[in-house]
Design a binder for this molecule. Structure first.
Ligand SMILES: [Fe+2]
Length: 485
């Protein structure tokens, strides 16, 4: 049998835009502030110290008024709310190849006319059933050059078609993929959530993983929750057809905190991008109704600094409730509370409209911005961009975990389960792990959530599930079984 081109095990791909590049450029200045704050609580002195060390960055990019240093400290408005935020480049490497061999590639993406061609290359390689020649016939010479570099750096390989065993998905239900990705299935239709394949956030040493090939034929639409990088990965999206429906949050104005996701997808060549208001009429895909609901919480706000510099600087997102003939499931991603809104108000709406629901699926991690620490190297560049929308937060990043949690945490998850009388509650978005395994935080967080449910006298059952497991609606009951192993 002929070998076909497919993405290789260990391949990792990611893109950067102009705001990401800016964040990288100013990172030494921000780290300098944090270095100072690790031994002092004087924010003003920390800013002035960093300004002294990185004068050029401070002058070019930041507002710092001498008479009110800490209050005025901000990235300049034209960088916080840039008139445009073009893509800058695509990075690719294979994490299984030792880094000292220097097999790391980069493709400039400034020429926007090339983006749909590059998207087409992702799609054709993602098909995993085309030969090198067949792909070359369908793309431009410039794109063939990129394909050749992908082959050289082992991003794609010629390999036999990946016919892997997949569990029985004729039964409706939801499958836990890596990190924040889910695959919902009804009897006829599939909806993929926040897909992240060949991720540079992943674990390249895993013996096997979810691949594009394994998802073939199972996905009729994709939904995106929010633009944090671990949920919003263009390289994965580009592996799907240009006409697949993709539902994204509606962003009134693109900013450094949250780009205009619909506009970005259209620029990449996607033809069926859907962005509607919260509480709009459901979007029907096959026999699944997708209800778009608010995503409150996970804003870069703390009690001491509870307003962003400009109101446009919001981490826009959606939670989604999927209604099928067999079950109703609401997934909450990294939602939580913010000064003026809480997910409890959305839960009250869900209770009114749908009565009790079958499952809530949520990140259980209690995350707070005021205890994020001062080591920038452990943060994604998107989190740096988020913090810059309210940079006074820097002054409290070394504080003890407080009561101000920007996600739901076990307490918030239990509270919502009680409001909507969910039959089951399942954890996800706790990072990557081997197929068939829990993530390192699952068991601890499940126990904590069970304790909170007990405290509320709530009958919701927490369902432990591994990466790759499906929570399926069998004839009488729902239960878990391996799907991707
Ligand atoms: Fe997030």
């Amino acid at each position: 049998m002929d070998n076909k081109i497919a993405f290789a095990a260990g391949a990792q791909l990611y893109t950067v835009n102009a705001s990401d590049r800016l964040c990288s450029a100013i990172q030494p200045f921000i780290q300098e502030i944090f270095n100072y704050l690790s031994g002092s609580t004087d924010f003003e002195k920390a800013i002035l110290h960093a300004k002294n060390k990185h004068k050029k960055i401070a002058d070019l990019f930041f507002d710092i008024e001498p008479s009110r240093v800490s209050e005025s400290f901000s990235l300049k408005k034209q960088f916080l709310i840039p008139p445009e935020n073009p893509l800058a480049g695509l990075f690719f490497e294979n994490a299984k190849i030792p880094s000292f061999l220097g097999q790391k590639g980069f493709e400039k993406l400034q020429d926007t006319t090339l983006l749909p061609q590059i998207k087409q290359l992702f799609y054709l390689c993602g098909q995993s059933n085309l030969s090198y020649q067949q792909i070359c016939q369908q793309v431009s010479d410039r794109t063939v050059d990129l394909l050749d570099r992908w082959l050289k750096y082992r991003i794609v390989r010629e390999q036999p078609h990946d016919l892997q065993n997949i569990g029985d998905l004729s039964v409706p239900g939801v499958v836990r993929l890596q990190h924040a990705s889910l695959l919902y299935r009804s009897k006829t239709t599939g909806v993929l959530v926040d897909p992240h394949l060949h991720s540079n956030y992943g674990l390249p040493t895993l013996p096997s993983d979810i691949t594009r090939t394994k998802l073939e034929g199972l996905v009729d639409a994709i939904v995106i929750s929010h633009s944090h990088y671990d949920h919003w990965h263009y390289p994965t999206l580009m592996m799907f057809p240009a006409d697949i429906p993709i539902i994204v949050p509606k962003v009134p104005h693109g900013t450094m905190t949250c780009e205009d996701m619909a506009a970005r997808l259209i620029s990449l060549g996607f033809e069926n991008v859907i962005a509607v208001d919260w509480y709009a009429e459901p979007i029907r895909v096959g026999d699944i109704d997708i209800h778009v609901l608010p995503f409150y919480g996970e804003q870069p706000l703390v009690p001491e600094y509870d307003r962003p510099k400009y109101p446009e600087l919001r981490n826009w997102g959606n939670t989604y409730l999927l209604k099928t003939e067999d079950y109703t499931s609401w997934f909450l991603i990294d939602a939580g509370n913010e000064p003026e809104h809480s997910m409890v108000e959305v839960a009250e709406y869900v209770k009114q409209k749908f009565g009790s629901i079958d499952s809530i699926i949520s990140n259980f991690q209690p995350l707070s911005y005021n205890s994020i620490g001062t080591n920038l190297s452990s943060w994604g560049i998107d989190i740096v961009a988020n913090l810059l929308s309210n940079p006074q937060i820097f002054s409290v990043t070394n504080q003890q975990e407080g009561g101000y949690i920007s996600t739901l945490g076990p307490q918030g998850v239990a509270e919502l389960c009680a409001v909507v009388k969910a039959k089951a509650c399942l954890p996800y978005a706790h990072s990557w792990a081997a197929l068939g395994s829990y993530t390192s935080d699952d068991e601890r967080l499940i126990q904590a959530t069970q304790a909170e449910l007990q405290r509320l006298n709530c009958a919701t059952e927490v369902i432990p599930w591994h990466i790759g497991d499906g929570y399926l609606c069998n004839s009488k009951d729902s239960n878990c079984q391996p799907i991707f192993a």
